[in-house]
Design a protein around this ligand. Structure first.
Ligand code: FMN
Length: 191
């Protein structure tokens, strides 16, 4: 079977791509505007380069065509904290994807506690093992309603339990496979 992308709908393209490009990492992004903490997951998310240390995340619009709160906040404050999702956070991560009015925080609505780590960046989700503190770098032009944003990683939090002084990091992140989820575990490499 050849799937010709010219012949299928946007929903079908999403379905095919999200079940093929697997697993997709999840950026659980925390932003802050007017003291309101916004939390939402994004899996059109991937590293771009280590030099400069950058990631890209594509963020869409709400049904009313306004930019999603995460996109609006990054454009305004130029800051984002990307948390990696542990198994214990799966339910809260899914809840935080619900569309809420911009002045309502997912942290209060769904009782998702956060922890302040750095003064000048949004907090991390409490209990997350690693998070990247990022600055807005640039938007990428792409036809359509999704805006790819390049973020530059300025520093990273790692729970002492999952890393050592040689920067060996042992995370078990939740990622996405189609509509479902997976946990990343290392596979032994004997070659
Ligand atoms: C696992 C997962 C991955 C998602 N990935 C994306 C994504 O890459 N881009 C996007 O625009 N929305 C994505 N969403 C939907 C957003 O999380 C959702 O629209 C959310 O309400 C946006 O919140 P905000 O308006 O507070 O930014 C994803 C949802 C889930 C559950």
């Amino acid at each position: 079977m050849i799937i010709n992308y010219n012949d299928i709908t946007s929903t079908q393209k999403y379905k095919v791509m999200s079940q093929s490009i697997i697993p997709r990492p999840i950026a659980w992004i925390v932003t802050v505007d007017n003291n309101i903490i916004n939390v939402a997951p994004f899996s059109y998310f991937t590293p771009l380069s280590s030099n400069p240390p950058t990631v890209i995340v594509s963020i869409g619009h709400k049904d009313n065509n306004e930019p999603k709160d995460t996109l609006a906040n990054i454009r305004k404050t130029k800051k984002a904290t990307i948390c990696f999702v542990n198994e214990i956070h799966l339910e809260n991560m899914i809840l935080s994807a619900q569309p809420l009015a911009k002045d309502i925080s997912e942290t209060t609505k769904f009782n998702i506690p956060t922890t302040d780590i750095l003064d000048d960046y949004p907090p991390i989700i409490e209990g997350c093992d690693s998070a990247m503190f990022c600055n807005f770098h640039k938007e990428v032009e792409l036809e359509g309603k999704t805006i790819p944003i390049i973020l530059e990683i300025k520093s990273q939090y790692c729970n002492d339990n999952i890393c050592d002084n040689n920067f060996n990091i042992n995370l078990e992140n939740i990622s996405r496979i189609g509509k479902e989820f997976a946990i990343s575990k290392k596979v032994k490499n004997d070659i």
